[in-house]
Design a protein around this ligand. Structure first.
Ligand code: ZN
Length: 254
């Protein structure tokens, strides 16, 4: 039976790389945080390939710090599974780590990548998130204690890179829309925390392309829903996940 009441006001954004959450759903996370939700941002990797010049350990340390700083702006907590870029795999060990992470956080709402996206790391994290969302509240699924209120969460899939299905080239239209117009400045501040990624693009393009790309996409989603800026999501529709759109109920501005 479906319910529109989350057991816990805890949201987890679980993505492949540092900065994915800031691009894809930071506006919505800001709104949840403002509404009194506890917010967690987790990544599979520390972003060890996000550099042309630095050794892996050095860039990873920088990017963990950047991700923590972005999370702190909305009183969120940052977690890293310490996997490696371009090597994220849905295997037994990583599945275990992901279920344990979900078990400890016990989210009622989860955000992650869509099934099809431009990078395999994203698609593997999609599977990890789906598996952990399904199983973390099953008593024997993890050796960590079961937090009271643990449940099969609302599972939201964020946009694909540039809103494109990479197998067809066709645009996708995730049906759920959250108006993030008023959160735009804070979303930019969160994304700007990822200075290591922003700088080389700024030098290369002669403009703040990192920020501009995010604004362009949120503006496209906004236009499709009659607002200035928006983030788009698809709600997982399989048994036994909650089927009614919680974000619309919590964050609708109509
Ligand atoms: Zn990514």
């Amino acid at each position: 039976m479906d319910t529109l009441q989350p057991n816990r006001k805890v949201a987890l954004a679980f993505f492949a790389h540092p900065d994915d959450a800031e691009f894809l759903c930071a506006g919505t996370l800001i709104r949840l945080s403002d509404a009194g939700w506890e917010v967690h941002i987790a990544t599979a990797t520390a972003g060890d390939c996000g550099t042309m010049t630095l050794p892996a350990e050095e860039i990873s340390a920088i990017r963990r710090q950047e991700a923590s700083s972005a999370a702190k702006l909305i009183n969120a907590t940052y977690h890293c599974l310490e996997e490696f870029d371009v090597q994220v795999v849905f295997d037994k060990a990583t599945n275990r780590k992901t279920i344990d992470l979900f078990r400890r956080i016990a989210p009622s709402v989860v955000f992650t990548h869509p099934r099809y996206d431009y990078m395999i790391d994203h698609e593997q994290v999609h599977q990890l998130a789906r598996s952990a969302a399904f199983s973390y509240s099953i008593p024997n699924a993890s050796s960590f204690p079961l937090v009271e209120g643990s449940q099969v969460p609302w599972l939201y899939y964020c946009d694909a890179m540039e809103g494109i299905d990479p197998y067809t080239g066709n645009p996708i239209r995730p049906p759920v829309c959250v108006d993030t117009t008023a959160e735009m400045q804070r979303k930019i501040e969160m994304l700007a925390c990822h200075a290591s990624q922003r700088e080389w693009l700024r030098e290369h393009h002669g403009m703040d392309e990192y920020i501009e790309a995010m604004k362009r996409h949120s503006s496209i989603r906004g236009q499709q829903h009659g607002v200035e800026h928006a983030e788009a999501f698809a709600l997982h529709a399989g048994h036994p996940f909650p089927q009614a759109d919680l974000l619309g109920q919590l964050l609708g501005r109509e």
